[in-house]
Design a binder for this molecule. Structure first.
Ligand SMILES: [Zn+2]
Length: 180
């Protein structure tokens, strides 16, 4: 089992009306990715030389990231359902340079439907579900930090809210500044 000592929170950057979950995000992350430079596709971690070479089911998926699986370990839907994504025993694909020892959690939402800019529009139930999930994971793994993606990638507005919320800390039993 890999060492897991970080929780990293993300958002799906979708408008509130779009109630997606693991199934949809998995499709986005595993759908073929076209490489302009080489003219090839990546699909589920394998390379294909042309559209025709792709498996039939891949051609219907549209463009995606070409990954082997969804990048996140957990997704919290608008209805606060905690869905399991990638198995926690396998490193995720969510935070460049920090996947090896972390668990990636995605909150569905985060985009203003009118401006299409980042917006903190998560439901109260989603916040509560995030707290409960963090609390559980802190008990299960030697977690030393809970931070948002933007802490590691300051140019990104992900997850568009400050993860170091007092109540999140209180729930997870961790001290100031999310570090211990
Ligand atoms: Zn993110």
């Amino acid at each position: 089992m890999r060492l897991i000592d970080k929780l990293i929170i993300h958002c799906s950057y979708t408008p509130p009306s779009q109630d997606i979950g693991v199934e949809t995000i998995r499709r986005w992350h595993t759908a073929p990715r076209f490489n302009d430079a080489t003219g090839t596709y990546m699909f589920k971690g394998a390379k294909y030389s042309s559209t025709e070479a792709l498996p039939a089911e891949a051609r219907m998926l549209g463009n995606g990231n070409g990954w082997t699986d969804i990048g996140y370990h957990f997704v919290i839907t608008r209805g606060a359902r905690v869905e399991v994504g990638r198995s926690v025993v396998i490193p995720g694909a969510h935070t460049k340079g920090h996947n090896k020892h972390s668990i990636g959690i995605c909150m569905v939402g985060g985009m203003d439907p009118d401006t299409r800019h980042p917006a903190t529009n998560f439901t109260h139930l989603q916040q509560t579900a995030l707290q409960a999930l963090c609390k559980r994971l802190v008990l299960d793994y030697p977690i030393t930090s809970i931070k948002g993606h933007k802490h590691y990638a300051p140019d990104r507005e992900c997850p568009c809210f400050d993860v170091q919320l007092d109540h999140l800390l209180a729930f997870s039993g961790m001290g100031d500044g999310c570090e211990r």
